[in-house]
Design a protein around this ligand. Structure first.
Ligand code: NAD
Length: 347
């Protein structure tokens, strides 16, 4: 191994290292934000970043996000993340082996999992070089596809939201618009169908839309029309930054509950929603079923245990809404405050 590892000092972060390996072409950064609650866990993201500093900004933002997500979910994981700077179409076993050597240098303080552009087979290659990897699908004792658990959490968040708005958990006739009917979106839609809700869907992939139309009776809307619908709940389940200065003024929804990460383009957009009295269930609380699933794997996997822990998202979302109502603060700020209380023991 000829890994060249360098420390990047960052205020507010426990450890940030970059690694270069000429032989395999690896260029990567691993950031540990905080381990107050436990070992740092977070996915590996592979992207052709425009520059090293762009990759650094991304990994820092994501690692901090993981500290908050795990803290708010009530699991004993710290926050960390890694990025591999490179074209995902140019993967090789040597690249992931070199990355595995890099993860191993953290001696278990960082646990790697999947994220954008990283498949189970890539993760399995990392695991050949390093013990600190979770979420390899298909191996005995691993947690498998997290999407059904994440979707269950999104549904529990929806229940909490509806109960807060109406005083009842009844969802018969509830109109929900789902942006992105992929792994999580589809499974979430199945829950809505079961309780008698009505579903609208949009997706760039018409195959999955047609399946939802046929099997769930979902109604199709064009991509941009989702922002103009007259439904009760908007569920972003595709990509980030969809709640922004252009979309928010159009929205007629009463609430937003979805699985996508980083739904707010900027914090100002959380304030915009608050001012428009659109109840926003903070994304990282709503979609924490995925990290909960991985955490349960770290303890010896049991799907029921993962679902039971995910069930707590209901209580967390209600707590966020109740505190927001009491203090007048936007829900995204309240969520951060609750996470920090657990992370730093502040009261
Ligand atoms: P997925 O890729 O299976 O589904 C995403 C769907 O969105 C796809 O069907 C895709 O065609 C569609 N899509 C892409 N661009 C779109 C656009 N512009 N408009 C409408 N649809 C579009 O992904 P997933 O695993 O279902 O995850 C969905 C979101 O939830 C992602 O943002 C992911 O980061 C987040 N998330 C997922 C998990 C999990 O357990 N899978 C956990 C936490 C967060």
């Amino acid at each position: 191994m000829a890994l060249k590892i360098q420390e990047i000092k960052q205020q507010g972060f426990e450890k940030v290292l970059s690694a270069e390996d000429l032989e395999s072409g690896l260029s990567a950064i691993i950031a540990i934000h905080n381990t107050n609650l436990g070992r740092a866990c977070g996915g590996i993201r592979m992207l052709p970043y425009g520059s090293h500093s762009e990759a650094l900004n991304d990994v820092l933002r994501l690692a901090k996000g993981m500290s908050y997500k795990s803290a708010l979910a009530g699991i004993n994981f710290g926050g960390g993340k890694s990025v591999i700077i490179g074209d995902p179409s140019k993967k090789s076993p040597a690249l992931f082996h070199a990355f595995g050597d890099f993860v191993e240098t953290f001696k278990g303080k960082y646990i790697a999992a999947k994220d954008m552009n990283i498949g189970s087979s890539d993760l399995a290659l990392v695991k050949q070089k390093c013990r600190h990897v979770l979420g390899v699908e298909g191996e005995p004792g691993t947690s498998g596809d997290p999407s059904p658990v994440t979707a269950y959490g999104v549904f529990r968040a929806l229940e909490a939201t509806i109960e807060f708005l109406t005083g009842s958990k009844k969802m018969n006739g509830l109109k929900v618009a789902i942006q992105g009917i992929g792994h999580v979106g589809y499974s979430f839609a199945e829950y809505i169908k079961k309780v008698g809700g009505e579903i609208w869907v949009t997706d760039t992939n018409m195959e999955t839309v047609e399946k939802a139309q046929k099997e769930l009776g979902a109604k199709f809307v064009a991509l941009e029309e989702i922002y103009d619908l007259n439904c009760d709940v908007f569920a972003p389940c595709a990509r980030g930054a969809v709640l922004n200065s252009e979309t928010i003024p159009k929205l007629k929804y009463k609430a937003i509950v979805g699985a996508a990460n980083n739904q707010l383009a900027t914090p100002k957009d959380g304030i915009r929603l608050h001012e428009r009295k659109i109840l926003y269930a903070p994304d990282y609380a709503v979609n924490s079923g995925g990290i909960i699933n991985i955490f349960i794997e770290s303890q010896g996997y049991d799907r029921n245990q993962a679902l039971n822990k995910t069930e707590e998202i209901y209580r967390t979302i209600k707590e966020v809404f109740e505190r927001s109502q009491k203090t007048g603060k936007p829900t995204f700020e309240v969520a951060d405050q609750l996470a920090e209380e657990r992370l730093y023991g502040k009261k």
